[in-house]
Design a protein around this ligand. Structure first.
Ligand SMILES: [Cu+2]
Length: 570
């Protein structure tokens, strides 16, 4: 398989230089967060769910017949409160994210409204001690719930009630416990997030400003809202975070879905349980054609949460963050394949697997591994922390140079390293959390690509490494990024203006052009000077949509400079 490995390596070379890849095509920008529904406050949470069929939109234009859990009536509430465009339809994939608090008694009523030939359905709640019975008040055949192999089931038209205590915090999955090879494939899965009951009063990680109560200081300075579900992922001060995203990975074999639709249609309104009213859909051999994150394929996953064009796929995948922020990733493998998901720009420090916080034997420190790819395992969940600071870039990502330039305010910004080398003293500075070792390092003091000429950082020709419209025209972050890339503002050490021969360079010594061709071809949105990093499956087959690249399990993570307000309310 060597050729394939080499091909991935080639792809990586392209993707590992994503700092030149920015956000022009993404505007207006969508955000993600981890939205979901609540079941009420106090000691109990109740969710009324139904299982129904509907069609999922895919970016190749197809509508895939699927089954999913949805809301049977209006839920008690939606979170986070800052997102106001919410809806919970009777069918969605993934199912509604159930958000509860540690200690709550959780009741889930499931009404089986799948087509009669689909037979019984159910929900498994791995990690919880659930009890189940027919939902009270039902008469006739529905008065007694049917017992399946794995759990108590709801017959067609009947409702079953599951009850459990949300015994410990963390991210967990739920899915059908009935004929899983077909029902989970069809879309019957979702997530449960249990928030800690004892959020630490003082956090030991997260931006220093957030340690005293979350994003409060950033909200004040930059006018941001708080989109977190809680200040910490677990009852532990090492698990505080600044942002969070939930990604559920699954794949779909369109042949299975079309076969199910054909049989359901042929059987019509048959009597559930009758001999001729029983699907017989082969689920092997398995050839998935759609690889979805939160039910959507790229680029649909980068559209907004609760987009009206996705009535049955309300959740997106479009992480944004500021340098230095601790970002909680909640990751679930929902399908039957593993998916080697790679978060570019840094490793993911694992906090927990299956909602088990991983600590050192003395219980004092985090002990999860830093992962290059957060490979999903079917049925398994993981929580991890991701952050980006620009450390190691080897150039000043804000475009400061040793020679200040009058009228260029950012050139005057100081970088005062803290004990870890980051600029964290000036909370309101655009270059908050800058890695000071690279401060004032020009991107290129020598002509483009000239290593021997002393360029402190050299990059390949952007025409060959960037990806079309994703190129922003700037290698810099921040409000003056385009200026810095396209004008002669950047003074260099050798003072040899015009050294790269591009038009518009000053010939005045000390004020040369360090712009990066092809500059100014694709400007960032006026209000955003961010960098985009590709987050994607490292199985190349999975970054396609029905055999077409790019698509599938791919999204762009956006690093926005500190002054850009990340608004996740869509
Ligand atoms: Cu990668």
């Amino acid at each position: 398989m060597k050729p394939k490995i080499m091909k991935i390596a080639y792809l990586e070379t392209r993707l590992l230089l994503p700092v030149l890849v920015a956000v022009a095509f993404l505007a207006p920008t969508a955000r993600a967060a981890a939205p979901g529904i609540t079941g009420g406050t106090g000691g109990t949470a109740t969710f009324n769910l139904t299982a129904q069929p509907a069609y999922l939109n895919q970016p190749d234009g197809s509508s895939v017949y699927s089954w999913g859990y949805g809301c049977n009536g209006k839920p008690a509430g939606f979170v986070p409160a800052a997102i106001t465009t919410t809806f919970c339809n009777p069918m969605q994939v993934p199912g509604p994210t159930l958000i509860v608090t540690e200690g709550q008694t959780v009741t889930v009523n499931l009404l089986n409204q799948l087509p009669a030939p689909a037979g019984d359905t159910s929900i498994l709640f791995p990690g919880f001690q659930a009890t189940a019975s027919a939902t009270p008040g039902q008469t006739g055949a529905c008065a007694i719930a049917s017992q399946g192999v794995l759990t108590t089931e709801a017959a067609n038209g009947c409702s079953v009630t599951y009850t459990f205590t949300a015994s410990s915090p963390g991210t967990r999955s739920y899915s059908s416990g009935t004929q899983g090879d077909l029902q989970v494939e069809m879309g019957l899965y979702g997530a449960i997030i249990v928030l800690p009951a004892h959020v630490p009063a003082a956090c030991s990680i997260g931006l220093p400003l957030t340690n005293a109560g979350g994003n409060a200081k950033a909200q004040v300075i930059w006018g941001e809202h708080d989109f977190r579900l809680a200040a910490a992922a677990y009852d532990n001060p090492n698990t505080c975070y600044d942002r969070e995203y939930l990604f559920q990975f699954a794949e779909m074999d369109a042949n299975i879905h079309s076969q199910a639709l054909a049989q359901v249609t042929a059987m019509g309104n048959c009597t559930a349980g009758a001999v001729a009213c029983d699907l017989n859909v082969p689920t092997e051999p398995y050839h998935p054609s759609y690889f979805v994150i939160n039910g959507r394929s790229m680029p649909d996953d980068m559209d907004v949460n609760y987009g009206v064009e996705y009535p049955h796929q309300p959740y997106n995948g479009n992480p944004h963050l500021h340098p230095g922020e601790e970002v909680l990733l909640r990751i679930i493998g929902q399908g039957r394949w593993q998916h080697p998901f790679h978060e570019h720009a840094n490793h993911v420090r694992i906090l927990a697997r299956d909602a088990n916080l991983i600590l050192t034997p003395d219980g004092n420190a985090l002990a999860g591994a830093p992962l290059f790819t957060t490979t999903t395992t079917p049925g398994q969940t993981m929580d991890g922390i991701f952050y980006f600071t620009g450390r190691g870039l080897n150039w000043d990502m804000y475009g400061h140079t040793p020679t200040s330039f009058s009228g260029d305010p950012l050139a005057e910004l100081p970088c005062t390293p803290d004990a870890n080398g980051y600029n964290t003293s000036a909370a309101g500075a655009v270059n908050y959390f800058e890695w000071c070792q690279d401060h004032n390092k020009p991107l290129e003091a020598a002509p483009f690509g000239d290593v021997n000429g002393g360029g402190p950082a050299t990059l390949p020709n952007p025409l060959t490494l960037t990806n079309g419209n994703w190129y922003s025209g700037s290698a810099y972050l921040g409000p003056d990024a385009t200026l810095r890339a396209t004008t002669a503002l950047r003074a260099t050490a050798n003072g040899s203006g015009g050294s790269n021969g591009s038009a518009g360079c000053s010939t005045t010594p000390g004020a040369n052009c360090s712009n990066l061709p092809p500059s100014n071809t694709q400007a960032n949105p006026a209000n955003e000077r961010g960098w985009a990093f590709m987050w994607h499956s490292h199985n190349e087959r999975e970054i396609t949509t029905n055999n077409v690249f790019p698509g599938g399990m791919m999204m762009m993570m956006l690093v926005d400079s500190r002054e850009f307000v990340i608004d996740e309310s869509n």
